[in-house]
Ligand binder design. Structure first.
Ligand code: XMP
Length: 515
């Protein structure tokens, strides 16, 4: 089956994932690649269309990220967005300069060519989202100006005969009122995609590919119980059944009941044909963490111990042919394109790849999906909703939600408080899908009175943040009544706590987790 593909070339723009996602919303499969990909390689992928993202550079600066001119000669339609539009102008003989007036934010867009293929569904005056200091001063020969704004004479241009389109604004962000229609017109009308890509086609196709890749081989997967590794496990189980062994390390720093929930889904009583090994390594981790207060050191200990446990289990299994990982697209993009994302992820993997496990190849069935698409695939594979919509959880688990030394007692406190917080949020109908909501344990103890007795107990911090990318976040406006119920319940039900705080810090300057 031939798959319609649109390629997004990444020039460092912050919205690249959003572009890819909008394309998929048009039911067209989309992949992001670094701008350095060669035109030959691109041609070999036979995309129906190419989209150039925005980016922080200026085309006329030294070291500006440039693609080859040949990209525009492939006879594949190209849409340049923001920096991508300037790049198209620059490489094809137009002029790009610093704009006399920079435009940021919502801006009125006047369509000059309502019959342009990308504007055919759009009103003649509409709102677009601008964010630029350079602009196209002169379009290249053969290009027609198709839209302008008050300060931007070439807000859009095209050479329809060559299938080249450029927009200075960002059609992928929702502030561009009719941006989705423009992208849809590009993908459907200009690129001629029929839009028959669906998540169910993804599952079927991936299962076929996995069988071809794995053959009769044995596969080992480190299952964390998070969404990504769970969906990877379900996909692999569907593809190769008992050739798959999942090792689930319970490091004793999971959320309340989480270990049992994971076992219920993947263990022998669960819905999947696979080998499931749960390692109850709680004590080992607690022993290693005893007396350690420095956050970095805690992370390192947890990471190293995690790998050690995993490797021990792997040795018991013996040689495997493939190591599977639940890497998803944002991980690939963040670590692969040279646009500055790599640093963030280093602390996001618990321990990295095990070194002493003997394997021939790596299997990463989710490498091309975004988080919400991974979730959709998970539902399609029959994973339970609560697992699929589970909130993000750090690899070192509660280890980074307990400030100071980690002890079994503190783990119990934070698990119980966290479970109450999440229960009350659900009861209160609070939408937690737009961020992260959890309890953390401060290292602060203070005096209180309970009944007739004096207490000297811990303060629990509740944290709720709203974020779309986890790079920036602000405190969620959780209703006072819900917070009060949480406070009452936590103090009454969780021994060792006599104070409940709500963390108002945004990121930056804070991080989402407390440590
Ligand atoms: P911060 O606290 O860095 O968190 O603002 C941003 C997002 O990353 C998660 N996080 C981690 N995930 N290992 C992980 O796998 C980690 O060490 C780690 N630290 C933070 C955090 O839960 C949030 O979603």
């Amino acid at each position: 089956m031939e798959r319609e593909l649109v390629v997004v070339l990444d020039f460092g723009g912050q919205y690249k994932q959003l572009i890819a996602r909008r394309v998929r919303e048009c039911n067209v499969y989309c992949e992001i690649h670094p701008y350095t990909i060669s035109p030959e390689k691109l041609r070999s992928m036979s995309p129906r269309g190419i989209i150039l993202t925005g980016g922080p550079g200026s085309v006329y600066e030294e070291n500006a990220p440039l693609c080859e001119r040949a990209l525009f000669e492939l006879d594949i339609p190209v849409l340049g967005i923001c920096y991508g539009s300037q790049l198209m102008a620059h490489l094809l003989g137009g002029a790009v300069r610093t704009a006399p007036v920079s435009e940021y934010g919502r801006t009125e867009l006047c369509i000059d060519a309502p019959d342009s293929a990308i504007f055919s569904e759009v009103r003649r005056r509409t709102t677009c989202w601008m964010s630029h200091t350079d602009y196209i001063a002169e379009p290249p020969a053969g290009f027609a100006v198709t839209a302008h704004t008050r300060h931007c004479p070439v807000a859009a241009m095209e050479n329809a005969a060559r299938g080249l389109y450029a927009v200075q604004f960002h059609p992928e962000v929702l502030h561009t009122a009719e941006g989705t229609k423009m992208l849809r017109s590009f993908v459907r009308e200009v690129c001629g995609c029929s839009g028959d890509w669906k998540m169910s086609s993804f599952i079927g196709e991936t299962v076929r590919k996995l069988r071809a890749q794995i053959g009769g081989g044995k596969v080992l997967l480190g299952l964390s119980g998070g969404v990504d590794s769970s969906v990877a496990a379900a996909l692999l189980a569907k593809a190769v059944g008992r050739q798959l062994t999942c090792v689930f390390v319970d490091h004793g720093l999971l959320r309340k009941n989480e270990g049992d929930e994971v076992e219920a889904v993947f263990g022998s009583g669960g819905n999947f044909e696979l080998n499931f090994i749960r390692v109850n390594a709680q004590q080992r981790f607690y022993e290693k963490l005893a007396g350690v207060t420095d956050p970095e050191q805690k992370r390192k200990i947890i990471g190293a111990e995690f790998i050690a446990v995993f490797e021990e289990e792997a040795r018991k299994i013996g040689a495997v042919d493939f190591l599977a990982q639940g890497t998803i697209y944002p991980d690939v993009v963040e670590s692969g394109t040279g646009s500055g994302g790599a640093v963030i992820k280093s602390h996001h993997n618990v321990g990295g790849l095990p070194e002493t496990v003997d394997f021939k190849g790596i299997v990463e069935p989710l490498r091309e999906l975004f988080k919400d698409e991974v979730r959709e695939a998970g539902l399609g594979l029959g994973l339970p909703g609560p697992l699929v919509f589970r909130q993000p959880f750090p690899g070192p688990g509660l280890g980074v939600r307990i400030v100071g030394e980690v002890t079994p007692e503190k783990v119990r406190i934070v698990q119980d408080a966290d479970a109450i917080f999440r229960e009350e949020l659900e009861r209160g109908g609070i939408d937690t899908g737009k961020g992260q909501f959890f309890a953390a344990l401060t290292n602060m103890r203070s005096v209180g009175v309970m009944g007739d007795g004096r207490t000297y107990d811990y303060a629990v911090a509740l944290r709720g943040v709203l974020t779309s990318d986890f790079m920036t976040a602000e405190a969620a406006d959780v209703p006072w009544s819900v917070l009060q119920t949480c406070m009452n319940r936590i103090i009454n039900e969780v021994r060792g706590v006599n104070r409940v705080l709500y963390d108002l810090t945004s990121k930056p300057p804070g991080t989402i987790e407390l440590e």
